[in-house]
Design a protein around this ligand. Structure first.
Ligand code: ZN
Length: 414
């Protein structure tokens, strides 16, 4: 199973937007770009919303068969480890092996020594095609990288082998993710992480490093855009170099765990992949759920009231809802409207406050982020919420599709 050059990861909290999400890929195809769609859902998300990996498979298959989609599609067991991969084995054909927790754990001294010795030939100025300044590689740097990452790579190999013995080689796509950690990885670190993955024969097709800057959920990138662009370009070149140097799959590419809506870095990503004829996987968070809220708010009456009920509960349970996401949200609590205030807004105001349009004066990134992590509350409304989605399927689906196509796919690929 070989992942295509361009792929796009979409989340769908409640499993009702598969078709609308696929419509965005169809529009891309009509416009001349083929993008494989990957439905991703993590263990954490399943727990919070009360779904199972089989539900995602069912949704994906149904969306594809009802849409006459002939392009590629996958179901991603997102951010899994040995402790929770079992539930995903049957339904997933894409596995994101999350080894971030193992970064910094020190490997056996002999193993570190052997790694340093093997790669000491890279010491000095390492010129990599497409990178302006040569990488400065020293024995000390290689040792530091080995000390920091070998255990994580070994863990990736363990998870990979576990899945391989159960699903069979070549029956799934392997991604390795190291993004949910405190420090970003430099292009030099990426180079030797890839070397180590090659040593362990992990057929990694996408790798998700932690990039410089903040990737908060559902809002734009925060950080030095120029620095990101430079590092992203260098990472793309490091990958190209590593494929032949370390015997890795030819289609290996970067995976950007974007957390959605990183509009300000899309230009840099696009430029680098075009310039180096590289692929990319862009994983988004479950912001389709926010498009659901926007559609429901615009529909007015009972569905608008439902959005307000959800806000009220989310507002009163701020700490509980934000805790699992504390590293990837930044909400100024004092600036959130009270539930009473929110209740006074009309449908358009509510929709505008949630919709990510920085030029709109009603846009409120605090409201948007709180609701983004507030899907647990909507899950508690159960059938009431799902019925509202069915009743307003047209407007909600339109927003889901247009959001993906206009704001993400167009700037990235068209
Ligand atoms: Zn991630």
């Amino acid at each position: 199973m070989k992942l295509e050059k361009y792929s796009f990861g979409t989340g769908d909290r409640f499993g009702h937007q598969g078709k609308a999400q696929l419509d965005a890929m169809k529009k891309a195809k009509e416009a001349g770009v083929e993008i494989a769609i990957v439905w991703n859902k993590s263990h954490r998300e399943h727990l919070i919303v009360g779904t199972s990996p089989d539900d995602v498979r069912k949704e994906a298959d149904e969306a594809v068969s009802s849409s006459n989609w002939s392009g590629a599609y996958y179901v991603d067991a997102d951010h899994i480890g040995l402790s929770n991969v079992d539930d995903f084995l049957e339904s997933s054909d894409f596995f994101t092996l999350d080894v971030a927790d193992f970064i910094g754990e020190k490997a056996d001294e002999n193993e570190i020594e052997a790694f340093v010795e093997k790669y000491s030939e890279y010491c000095g100025q390492l010129l990599i095609d497409g990178i302006t300044t040569p990488l400065e590689v020293t024995v000390e740097k290689i040792r530091k990288i080995a000390e920091k990452y070998l255990v994580a790579v070994n863990q990736a190999a363990k998870i990979y082998q576990y899945i391989e013995t159960r699903k069979g080689r070549d029956n799934f796509v392997t991604e390795v993710s190291m993004d949910e950690t405190a420090e970003p990885q430099t292009p030099e670190e990426l180079l030797f992480i890839l070397a180590a993955l090659g040593d362990k024969a992990v057929p990694v097709q996408t790798i998700a490093p932690k990039f410089t800057g903040r990737f908060n959920k559902g809002v734009d990138y925060q950080g030095d855009v120029e620095q990101f662009n430079r590092e992203f370009n260098d990472d793309v070149c490091v990958i190209k170099y590593s494929v032949s140097a370390f015997n890795l799959p030819a289609n290996l590419k970067l995976s950007v765990h974007s957390g959605s809506d990183k509009f300000s870095i899309y230009r840099g990503i696009r430029k680098a992949i075009e310039q180096h004829n590289a692929g990319v996987h862009v994983k988004t968070a479950g912001t389709s759920w926010l498009e659901e809220l926007i559609g429901l708010a615009e529909s007015g009456e009972r569905s608008l009231e439902l959005v307000k009920d959800i806000y009220e509960r989310a507002y009163s349970r701020f700490d509980e809802l934000c805790a699992p996401y504390s590293d990837v949200i930044d909400i100024d609590r004092n600036l959130l409207p009270s539930s009473d205030e929110f209740r006074k807004w009309n449908g358009l105001q509510v929709a505008n406050s949630i919709r990510h349009d920085a030029t709109c004066s009603d846009y409120d990134l605090n409201v948007r982020q709180l609701l983004h992590v507030g899907y647990k509350v909507a899950a508690e409304f159960g059938e009431t919420y799902l019925q509202a989605l069915k009743d307003h399927n047209d407007i909600v689906g339109k927003h889901v599709c247009n959001n993906l196509f206009d704001k993400h796919i167009t700037p990235l690929f068209l």
